[in-house]
Design a binder for this molecule. Structure first.
Ligand code: SD4
Length: 326
């Protein structure tokens, strides 16, 4: 058994419900045993704990939906969930008490759509898809994005919930903006999918950093930062402090590192190293997940505590990412 396989097995052993590894989905091929990398079927990979979400995506594929439909449908479920405080309805507001959302999507052809700083629209992922499919553009922002959504049949609605109003009021007492590792970052959804035909798509949706400056846009709607999909190579998505991901164009970097021969785990690790080698990351979390053309999955983060969900028709696992700081 190669060192790499031993390492993977060791990572799996001793895990209490959560395992930590580079390759742990069912469709993991025998990547290093010989040159034959066998693809074993669809994989859905998401940031954080999104088992139900991944099950929705797999179900769309099972019903012969496209890989892009799988991405959009699954993310819509998270956007509509009032208990997810980092995405869509119920997402935490900015420092003015306003919820503004960022999202993007990419298809197997490498086409992309994105909306940022959009208000009062529950499903920015669908608006992003419409930007991709119905306009000659990639990004629509703010009022223009909202107007486009309304013109295309979406309804405006208040995205604040009692819980998000209460936590905002609590925050106002000190009005202190600081990033809290794995706390304010929880739940933002980055979702990568590969279907039976080995076609890939991905999406990302968030309300961004809680209590951010009004008008702030993070990495999540920026193609190449919060998400990148190259159907020939693989895909990557990010969560955490978007400024670090923007500065390093993280998801594009991960995919390019895979193009250069790294597996998804190694590529995520290198992209995290590019951040920690340059910036003070004491209080800053970033986590990457990546999926390659063979359905191999990997993740890496700056700090411990980043979890991700890897799902196939046979397994739906929440995994613990390895991290730079131990
Ligand atoms: C942002 N990366 O706006 C997003 C935040 C995030 O879980 O991932 N939250 O910077």
């Amino acid at each position: 058994m190669s060192n790499r396989r031993q390492f993977v097995l060791k990572s799996l052993i001793g895990a209490l419900g959560l395992s930590s590894s580079a390759f742990s989905c069912e469709s993991t091929p025998e990547a290093d045993s010989d040159n034959k990398r066998e693809f074993k079927g669809p994989v859905i990979l998401t940031t954080w704990n999104h088992q139900e979400t991944n099950a929705i995506a797999l179900n769309v594929l099972k019903e012969n939906g496209s890989v892009l439909d799988a991405v959009e449908s699954a993310i819509r479920k998270v956007e509509a969930d009032p208990n997810d405080s980092s995405v869509g309805y119920g997402g935490r507001p900015d420092r003015e008490g306003v919820v503004s959302l960022d999202a993007c999507i990419m298809n197997k052809a490498g086409e992309a759509g994105s909306v940022c700083f959009v208000r009062d629209i529950m499903h920015p992922i669908t608006v992003a898809r419409m930007v991709m499919e119905k306009t000659p553009h990639v990004i629509l922002a703010g009022q223009g994005a909202k107007q486009f959504a309304l013109e295309n049949g979406m309804k405006a609605r208040n995205l604040l919930t009692d819980a998000s109003i209460n936590s905002y009021k609590e925050w106002l007492k000190k009005s202190e903006y600081k990033t809290i590792i794995n706390i304010e970052n929880h739940d933002t959804i980055g979702l990568l999918a590969i279907d039976e035909s080995q076609d890939m798509a991905g999406g990302c949706s968030t309300s961004g950093m809680a209590y951010k400056y009004h008008g702030r846009v993070g990495d999540s709607p920026i193609i190449g930062a919060g998400l990148y999909v190259d159907n020939e190579i693989g895909s990557a998505t990010a969560t955490g402090v978007g400024e670090m991901v923007l500065r390093t164009l993280g998801s594009f970097l991960v995919v390019e590192l895979m193009r250069g021969g790294l597996d998804p785990y190694q590529a995520c690790k290198e992209a995290v190293h590019r951040i920690v080698n340059k910036y003070d990351c004491k209080d800053t979390q970033v986590g990457y997940v990546a999926l390659n053309k063979y359905g191999e999955a990997g993740a890496y983060s700056i700090h411990p505590g980043f979890i991700y969900t890897c799902s196939t028709p046979h397994k739906n696992e929440v995994l613990k990412s390895e991290s730079y700081f131990k």
